[in-house]
Design a protein around this ligand. Sequence first.
Ligand code: PLP
Ligand code: COI
Length: 337
Amino acid sequence: MEIDWDSLTFSFTATDVMYRQVIPAGSEWGEGDLLPFGDISISPAAGVLNYGQGIFEGMKAQRADDGSIVLFRPKQNSARFAIGAERLGMPPVPEKIFIDAIESVIRENERWIPPTGRGALYVRPVLWGSGAILGVAPAPEFTFMVFVCPVGPYFKGGMSPISLRVSDEFHRAAPGGSGGVKAIGNYAPGMMPSKMAKKEGYAEIIYLDAVEHRYVEEVGAANFFCVKDQVLYTPELTGTILPGITRDSIVQLARDSGYTVHEEKVDVEFAMQADEAFCAGTAAVISPIGRIEHGDKVTEYCDGEVGEITHQLYHSLLDIQLRRAEDKHDWIHVVKE
Ligand code: PLP
Ligand code: COI
């Protein structure tokens, strides 16, 4: 089958091979299996289906400029996956098993990796409490799986600036909850608000903090940044925000380029007076924000154009990810030279 790389969006496509490993509670992770991609059988009483005992990760395998197949900082995803597993009462997958599993699934699905610059192979590891359980407690069996999908841009229009609305009605996470890990249960409550916003022409929702309803937290499933007087601001990690790997990389790249970066509480009023704004994540990469609406206030950034610093950071990140620039921080993980 011919794949039309240029019409890829961020959507599901079945690929050839997936990975699966199932262990009973109390035992160690070992060797998993590579299987043809397809449906699996699971008890209707599975912990993940009834009580949301599950986490996921997201990475992109890309074909770099030199033809190699690379991942970006997958050990960070492995570390975050382990923290999430602990938070949800599941056995963490050791780094070597995590990395070996994703590498083998990528290799087996090589034909699905888009040509350089025309998309990526999105890698989705999941960990579920798959055993049957009726009481609210960790499941008696756990499943670690990895599947992949070729993807294009997360937001329609790729690098064209998006329009967002600040929600005064919904919050994503509260202190002490699970907002700081990629728990599957964090995502369904955002679907309806996001769908409503999309219907009204916004690309996503901006969530404010649940305590004071004043500070920017995240943009749907991406981290928030703004630039004011050449200084970069991003919400500090307080436990309610997902510690994005793209976020961490942008903070580092901006500092490498001599910019001051403040990781602190970002008041929505301040964000709306900034010079530039963008959101960042594996799926979103760096997506410029052209407009934010909050109640009856509206801010348009950079006359709808991509801001200069946003543009610069986007290219710095992409150049490293596609091996066009020196990988000073050892972020590139080669799957196949
Ligand atoms: N915030 C949320 C809620 C996310 O789901 C993601 C996606 O993983 C991010 C931020 C960005 O994180 P990363 O850059 O590690 O993909
Ligand atoms: C990612 O950026 O990898 C995400 O997880 C975004 C979304 C698909 C949940």
